[in-house]
Design a protein around this ligand. Structure first.
Ligand SMILES: Nc1ncnc2c1ncn2[C@@H]1O[C@H](COP(=O)(O)OP(=O)(O)OP(=O)(O)O)[C@@H](O)[C@H]1O
Length: 266
């Protein structure tokens, strides 16, 4: 289990996180949802042990933690296969075995023969991000920390990878802590959605969900997102307008979604 206990953090005296309590259990995908700049990445970096908190503590009982960042952070001189195999090298896995493992994951992520030996400069942004995801999954992590990993991808690929994340990571019994500001993404993948307030971030809602990734009805995610936004504390935290009267609410039902969710094809 990963336990974040009373985490507080400031930058230059300005509070960013104000007493965050959160637990992530094996087999659970927890989404952290909050407005841009509210402190989501900072919280993930604390969870990863990359920075220390001003107060509180992080207890990580998982044995293999992998992280996927917003940007791919690939080695420019190494091809896709070697980049995806990189973390296995540090674990002492032999070259042939680690390249085979990396290749298998890259193929599941949609890589064709000709792409496996391309260097990052010859890959699209979406392909580079898939290499970064393969690098994390190759470790067979029991905890994955993901910082808006799909935000640069087109909507079809994003949906494929959301389903794959649930199947490969959560389906294998691992846990994931996933940061996003996209409400529809949150309802597609989450077992629980933890909503943060604007700076300084506090947990304002911690809501169980039935994840919709792979659901055949594309409208289901929008309906679930709209339902989430009807929680007053969620609506306030995500910056939607204050609760309108019933007739006004009907007239503007789609408006908060347009503000917090990416436009189709982004
Ligand atoms: N190293 C740093 N030094 C000073 N301020 C920082 C540092 N890192 C983050 N901040 C500030 O802390 C606040 C929270 O940043 P953070 O990146 O955690 O937010 P976020 O919710 O992940 O944002 P986004 O959704 O835009 O990625 C921001 O105001 C940011 O400018």
């Amino acid at each position: 289990m990963l336990v974040l206990d009373g985490l507080s953090l400031s930058f230059g005296g300005a509070p960013v996180l104000a007493g965050i309590d959160l637990a992530v259990r094996p087999g659970e995908l927890v989404v952290i949802l909050g407005r841009s700049g509210c402190g989501k990445t900072s919280l993930l970096r604390l969870a990863a042990g990359m920075v220390g908190a001003d107060a509180g503590r992080v207890a990580n009982g998982f044995s293999r933690t992998a992280m996927v960042f917003q940007e791919p952070r690939l080695l420019p001189w190494a091809d896709a296969r070697d980049n995806a195999a990189f973390a296995l090298k540090a674990q002492g896995v032999r070259r042939g075995a680690r390249r085979a493992a990396a290749e298998a994951i890259l193929r599941r992520l949609g890589f064709a023969d000709g792409d496996l030996s391309k260097r990052p400069a010859a890959l699209s942004g979406g392909m580079q991000q898939r290499v970064a995801i393969a690098r994390a999954f190759a470790l067979k992590p029991d905890l994955v920390l993901m910082d808006e990993p799909f935000s640069a991808l087109d909507v079809g690929l994003r949906h494929d990878l959301q389903s794959l994340l649930r199947a490969e990571v959560v389906g294998a019994g691992a846990a994931a802590l996933f940061v996003t500001h996209d409400v529809t993404e949150a309802v597609r993948i989450a077992d629980r959605i933890v909503v943060l307030s604007p700076r300084p971030a506090r947990v304002v809602a911690d809501l169980p969900q039935v994840p919709l990734a792979g659901a055949s009805d594309p409208a289901a995610a929008y309906e679930a997102a709209a339902a989430l936004l009807r929680h007053p504390e969620v609506e306030r935290a995500l910056g939607a307008p204050s609760a309108p009267s019933a007739p006004a609410r009907q007239a503007t039902e789609a408006l908060p979604l347009a503000r917090v969710a990416p436009a189709p094809g982004r």
